[in-house]
Design a protein around this ligand. Structure first.
Ligand SMILES: [Zn+2]
Length: 312
C-alpha cells in the first residue's frame, strides 16, 4: 500500500517530463519547419526582386533605344530638309548684320522679300518662278497662314528660301499694346513655324513689324518694342524699296514704276512685296522685277547670306 502510495506520486512527474519533452520537440520541429519555409520564401523573393530589376533595366534600355532612334530620325529629317542650320540665338554680329543690312562695300545686292503669306494660290506660283530663275528669296510669313498651309512652308524651306517672321495676327491694335504683346506676336508665329516644319529647333531670329518698325500712331510702342526684341536676341528688318503692290489699286505699270523710283541708286536693296492671296499682280510682274535687278548688276541674296549662314 505504501509502495503503491509511494509509487503513485512519481508517475505524474514522469508523465509531465514526457509531455514537456514532446512539447519541446514539437516546438523545435515547428521552428525548423518555419525556418525552412521562411528561408525558401526569402530566396524566392530575392529572385523575384532581381527579375523585376532586370526587366526594368531592359525596359529602360528599350525606351532609350527608341528615344535615340527618334532623335536620330529627326536629325536625319532635318538634314534632309535643308543644308542650312539656324542658330537658336543670334550672335551680336549677326544681329548687327541684319540691322545694318544696307551697308555696302560697293557690291550691288537685292533681297527679294515677300510678306503676309503663305497663300494657297500665289505662293506656289512665286516659288515655281523663283525655282525657274534659280533665285532664293526671303518670306516674312504670317502665323495664321503658316497654320493653314504648312506644306507650303515646308517647300519654301526645302527650296532654300529664308523663312522669316511677320508675326501671327497682323492686327495692329492687338500687337502694339506693349513690349510683351509684340514679343508674343513674334513667338506665336515662331511656334506655328516649328510645328509646320516639325522642328523644335527652328527659329527665324528676324521679325518684320506689321506696318513697319516705325511711324504711325504706334511709333512709341514700336520703338520700345525694338529694344525689347534686341534684349531677346531677335533682330528686325524693314525695307528700303517697294512696289506698292499692297496699296490702292496697283497696275502692272505702277508696280514697275514704283520699283524703279524706290530703288533709285541704292547699292543694297531690300524690296517689299507680298504673296497673300490677292497678289496675282505681284506674281505677274515678278519676271520684270527680276530682269530689272539682273540688268542693273544686282546679286540676289537672302537673310541666310546676311547672317553668314550660307557658307556650307
Ligand atoms: Zn504685312
Amino acid at each position: 500500500m505504501y509502495d503503491l502510495i509511494c509509487f503513485e506520486p512519481e508517475k505524474p512527474h514522469k508523465n509531465l517530463i514526457r509531455i514537456l519533452c514532446k512539447i519541446i520537440f514539437c516546438i523545435l520541429l515547428i521552428f525548423v519547419i518555419l525556418t525552412f519555409f521562411i528561408n525558401k520564401y526569402n530566396e524566392t523573393n530575392e529572385v523575384l526582386v532581381q527579375e523585376a530589376s532586370s526587366s526594368n533595366i531592359v525596359d529602360t534600355t528599350v525606351e532609350n533605344s527608341d528615344a535615340n532612334t527618334s532623335e536620330n530620325n529627326s536629325i536625319e529629317e532635318t538634314t534632309q530638309q535643308s543644308n542650312f542650320s539656324e542658330p537658336t540665338i543670334l550672335s551680336e554680329e549677326q544681329y548687327n548684320n541684319i540691322i545694318h543690312i544696307y551697308r555696302s562695300d560697293s557690291e550691288k545686292i537685292v533681297y527679294l522679300t515677300f510678306d503676309d503669306g503663305p497663300s494657297a494660290n500665289i505662293t506656289p506660283l512665286i516659288l515655281d518662278l523663283l525655282d525657274k530663275e534659280n533665285i532664293k528669296a526671303t518670306f516674312f510669313t504670317l502665323g495664321t497662314n503658316v497654320e493653314k498651309y504648312p506644306e507650303i512652308i515646308q517647300r519654301e524651306y526645302s527650296d532654300g528660301h529664308y523663312i522669316a517672321n511677320h508675326g501671327y495676327s497682323h492686327k495692329y491694335s492687338e500687337i502694339y499694346v506693349n513690349n510683351d504683346t509684340i514679343l508674343n506676336d513674334y513667338l506665336q508665329c515662331e511656334q506655328a513655324l516649328k510645328k509646320a516644319l516639325n522642328n523644335e529647333n527652328f527659329s527665324t531670329n528676324v521679325y518684320r513689324f506689321p506696318g513697319g518698325s516705325s511711324g504711325g500712331k504706334y511709333n512709341d510702342i514700336k520703338l520700345a518694342g525694338k529694344q525689347y526684341l534686341k534684349e531677346n536676341n531677335i533682330a528686325y528688318l524693314d525695307w528700303n524699296a517697294l512696289t506698292y503692290d499692297a496699296e490702292g489699286t496697283p497696275t502692272h505699270e505702277s508696280i514697275i514704276e514704283n520699283l524703279k523710283q524706290t530703288v533709285g541708286t541704292k547699292d543694297v536693296v531690300v524690296l517689299l512685296m507680298h504673296d497673300s492671296s490677292s497678289k496675282i499682280l505681284t506674281y505677274e510682274t515678278l519676271p520684270e522685277v527680276i530682269s530689272f535687278f539682273r540688268d542693273n548688276g544686282y546679286t540676289f541674296k537672302t537673310l541666310y547670306d546676311a547672317l553668314s549662314l550660307n557658307e556650307n
